[in-house]
Write a protein that binds this ligand. Structure first.
Ligand SMILES: [Fe+2]
Ligand SMILES: [Fe+2]
Length: 272
């Protein structure tokens, strides 16, 4: 199986079939709109596992945090099952990290009509990934923005300092799915892998370290929670680890609102 054979043999993930792990899973579908998880591209080579997502709306698509160089072959093969590459209109980058954006030059080469959506803060850094045509980059203002696909308007929501200085989430109002980037990321061990959170209280053990160390502080967490609570959300889909749905969406927002992290625990981080 793609990715899973690289090292360490086959990995079982609860809540998903082996076929879906390879070919992706549709999280929402109606007659002209789909929100798709693009399968399991984890190589077990010491990297942080990352999810990639695709929204297909009419005959257009947007890729969410399409990822780095080593997941590119898997991601592009899976995308091609759902939409021709010349119909991808945007690559949305929640922020500038390598697990999100280091494959940028490869994706721009094979998606001839695509434009990049990324924070204005990262415009001058993108060329360092080897892609220099800034005319194909649309910068996102700090307050976020809406953008259109064929039939649906998607909302880019500010998520600054969570963890990057120029950072965004993306809300799909038709699927009622919030792509949250690194917010909600979890790192599960191979012996306890699952596609969707089953027991939220237990799941916090796989989220806690990452959020405490990478997120800037409780003040910005609360700001983000206050914004996303305005939206009707059926699923939170993070860039790493398990998705959350139903009651777990509410539980997650409550957990986040009360988490001390970053600057709140600076003495603990410094060890002083
Ligand atoms: Fe990140
Ligand atoms: Fe990430």
């Amino acid at each position: 199986m793609n990715g899973l054979q690289q090292k360490g043999g086959v990995v079982d993930m609860r809540g998903i079939s082996k076929d879906e792990m390879e070919k992706g899973k549709v999280l929402y579908s109606d007659k002209d709109h789909k929100f798709i998880w693009l399968g399991w591209s984890y190589k077990k080579s010491g990297e942080f596992q990352a999810n990639q997502f695709l929204i297909v709306d009419g005959d257009e698509g947007v890729l969410l945090d399409p990822g780095g160089v080593h997941v590119f072959p898997h991601v592009i093969t899976t995308v091609s099952r759902y939409i021709p590459l010349d119909k991808i209109k945007y690559l949305f980058y929640s922020h500038q990290d390598p697990d999100v954006s280091s494959g940028i030059g490869l994706f721009m080469n094979v998606c001839p009509n695509v434009k990049i959506l990324i924070s204005r803060l990262w415009l001058r850094f993108v060329p360092h990934f080897g892609f220099t045509d800034v005319n194909r980059i649309e910068t996102i203002p700090d307050k976020g923005m809406d953008f259109n696909l064929s039939r649906t308007t998607l909302k880019i929501i500010p998520a600054h300092f969570l963890h990057s200085e120029g950072n965004f989430s993306l809300y799909d109002p038709r699927a009622k799915i919030l792509f949250s980037g690194d917010i909600g990321a979890s790192v599960m061990p191979d012996e306890d892998l699952y596609f969707e959170v089953e027991n939220f209280e237990k799941h916090t053990r796989y989220m806690e370290w990452f959020h405490r160390r990478y997120m800037k502080g409780n003040d910005v967490l609360r700001k983000w929670v206050s914004i996303v609570r305005r939206f009707e959300i059926n699923i939170i889909a993070p860039q790493h680890g398990a998705i959350m749905s139903g009651e777990n969406v509410k539980k997650f927002l409550n957990w986040l609102e009360n988490l001390r992290c970053g600057g709140d625990i600076i003495d603990e981080i410094y060890g002083t």
